[in-house]
Design a protein around this ligand. Structure first.
Ligand code: MLT
Length: 200
């Protein structure tokens, strides 16, 4: 997968896996990773799917309606890529924290829904429930921070609440940060994510 790897200054820190939103690239979230912790490794990946030229991490059939077969395929592709990248760049495979926005947050959630040890945790900005009706792996010990907007037209509040409930019932420690905003990624939610991570 097309990506950037920037080695951090402190090997005890997690590796941030950056996952952009629809139409983004691997450059988009680099400043946010720097704001959250500028000492950590950064692995920033570009989605392999193109929707009319806009990079995404998996196909969708319509706004908010995911192509499940492609979601499963792309989730495995990303999971396998993380195995390869950890070996190539010599970072701790068991200490990856995803930072995803929108479509990128959705594939991060999908990694957790399908693989017990793909991620140590995730900062998910404006995610949805990636898939329903499946049994999740045991996510005990995984930490998830979700940010959401009460007026988000793409992610209704019920999606956030369902995602929180599903992850919690699989054993994950989940914190949700609400703002009275829409789908945009705000400076204050990034600041909240930084504060949350410092407590983990
Ligand atoms: C998705 O397709 O993953 C969500 O609808 C969010 C987005 O627009 O990317």
């Amino acid at each position: 997968m097309k990506h950037i790897f920037n080695k951090g200054k402190d090997a005890s820190k997690p590796t941030f896996l950056l996952l952009h939103g629809t139409g983004g690239t691997e450059l988009d979230l680099l400043p946010i990773a720097g704001q959250i912790d500028d000492q950590a490794n950064v692995l920033s990946v570009r989605g392999n799917v193109s929707e009319n030229g806009m990079p995404r991490f998996f196909k969708r059939l319509a706004e908010g309606v995911f192509d499940e077969e492609d979601l499963i395929f792309r989730t495995k592709e990303l999971h396998d890529f993380l195995d390869e990248a950890a070996e190539k760049y010599e970072f701790d495979r068991n200490n990856i924290i995803a930072i995803g926005y929108s479509n990128g947050a959705n594939i991060a959630a999908s990694l957790m829904f399908h693989y017990q040890d793909s991620l140590k945790g995730g900062i998910l900005h404006h995610p949805m429930v990636p898939r329903r009706g499946i049994e999740l792996p045991d996510l005990t010990g995984k930490n998830v921070f979700i940010t959401a907007g009460t007026n988000d037209p793409i992610c209704p509040a019920s999606e956030t609440e369902d995602l929180q409930a599903l992850l919690q019932s699989a054993g994950a420690d989940v914190t949700v940060h609400w703002e009275q905003n829409g789908h945009q990624l705000t400076f204050t939610e990034v600041a909240a994510a930084k504060e949350w991570l410092a407590t983990k």
